[in-house]
Design a protein around this ligand. Structure first.
Ligand SMILES: *[C@@H]1O[C@H](CO)[C@@H](O)[C@H](O)[C@H]1NC(C)=O
Ligand SMILES: *[C@@H]1O[C@H](CO)[C@@H](O)[C@H](O)[C@H]1NC(C)=O
Length: 381
């Protein structure tokens, strides 16, 4: 199939000044598609538009669509019904190869996501993170390289070291779920549960597609992303009704539990739990969470301290408003230009990187930083 990349043919794109709102748009000639195209709102679909723009600026996923690699994966699977991936790819292609800056309607894509997840039918306010989960799951299922899932074997890994157990569990996962989406987004979380009576420790390894992080609270008002991650990984006590069964005591015991990251994904999606779970009254935390745009080092949250875990931010889904209603927008760093843009449905405008952090940041998209050259060589020696 033909590559939609306009390799040699220059295309014309509209770009604004580097900083500030788009006034005095200028036409520039470029050899690269740009992705600075808005999406029409189809009636409360800003949650969808915001996430689509974040995904469209995920370079490896974008290229997967632009180069039609998904078709190869579909063909290998002999799948006939893979309309969601196809519409997602078409939409991504339109965003990156459009020769005008006119906003695109995501209605064909929306019909497919609604078929896949009827929850998204209608014009209700939806949660952007929930939508992201459904979408990635839907895309993954259509391009899963595994066509026949092996039976789940109940193997006993308890005699293995934690690391070995983690690896085996990961390989078992890949025997069932293996796609470009998994390559990019899925990591592995380790939870260790320790019995307070006999000290027996058991470990469980689970794949994760994103991490939902509680928003830490401080009297000063402002917290850092690491404060939130520390809260997420801090030791928790499981008591009362929550007491798990200890394998050694063979009885329900008060235990402590903590999470650590066993395997870091290429793309780390962090969801800040701003909306309360309580169904008594919906509320939203607008705590200002300070997060780094560059070099977020997560080694302290790793199960193995040697793991490489430095990330750079490339997209943010922003929710303004309250728990009852609001508006989603996105900030994305354009992979070709390295500059940040704000995506507010049909409107795309350049912003300075200093504007990206706000008390409305809701879903953060981080990409694993490439190895610094020298460090990589040291590791190999
Ligand atoms: C994100 O929210 C902040 C705080 O309300 C707002 O100032 C900013 O314009 C929003 N950004 C985008 C891209 O929506
Ligand atoms: C998005 O655009 C709408 C309509 O122009 C505007 O009212 C709103 O303030 C914008 N939101 C952000 C966050 O830029």
């Amino acid at each position: 199939s033909r590559s939609p990349w306009p390799k040699h043919q220059p295309i014309y794109i509209v770009s604004g000044p580097k900083k500030g709102p788009t006034s005095g748009k200028s036409i520039t000639k470029t050899n690269f598609p740009q992705g600075l195209v808005g999406l029409r709102n189809l009636g409360n679909t800003c949650f969808m538009n915001s996430i689509l723009q974040c995904l469209s600026n995920t370079p490896e996923l974008r290229d997967y669509c632009l180069r039609n690699v998904h078709r190869t994966d579909l063909n290998n699977n002999c799948r006939t019904n893979a309309a969601l991936m196809e519409e997602f790819a078409k939409l991504t292609q339109s965003l990156w190869t459009s020769v005008t800056n006119e906003a695109i309607s995501p209605s064909d894509f929306r019909s497919q996501i609604q078929r896949y997840a009827p929850k998204f039918v209608g014009c209700n306010q939806q949660d952007a993170q929930e939508f992201l989960r459904f979408l990635l799951d839907g895309l993954h299922n259509e391009v899963n390289r595994v066509t026949v899932r092996p039976k789940v074997s109940v193997e006993d890994f308890d005699h293995l070291s934690d690391d070995e157990k983690g690896k085996r569990m990961w390989n078992m996962y890949l025997e069932r779920e293996d796609s470009k989406v998994v390559d990019l987004f899925v990591g592995q979380l380790k939870s260790s549960v320790t019995c307070t009576v006999c000290g027996f420790r058991s470990t469980v390894f689970d794949p994760f597609w994103d991490l939902s992080i509680p928003v830490a609270q401080k009297s000063s008002g402002e917290v850092t992303l690491k404060d939130c991650l520390r809260l997420f990984t801090k030791e928790d006590v499981l008591d009362g009704e929550e007491r798990p069964t200890c394998n050694r005591c063979k009885a329900r015991r008060k235990c402590t539990k903590r999470f650590s990251i066993q395997k870091f994904p290429q793309i780390l999606v962090l969801h800040l739990k701003r909306f309360s779970d309580s169904n008594i009254r919906a509320s939203k935390l607008s705590t200002y969470v300070n997060f780094p745009l560059k070099e977020l080092d997560l080694r302290e949250f790793a199960s193995e301290s040697s793991e490489r875990a430095v990330y750079n931010l490339y997209a943010v889904s922003n929710h303004s408003g309250n728990a009852l209603g609001g508006h989603y927008t996105a900030y994305c760093r354009n992979p070709a230009l390295g500059e940040w843009y704000s995506y507010n449905d049909t409107r795309v405008s350049p912003v300075s990187s200093s504007q990206v952090r706000s008390s409305n940041a809701y879903v953060l998209f981080y990409e694993l930083a490439p190895y610094p050259h020298s460090k990589y060589q040291t590791c190999r020696l």
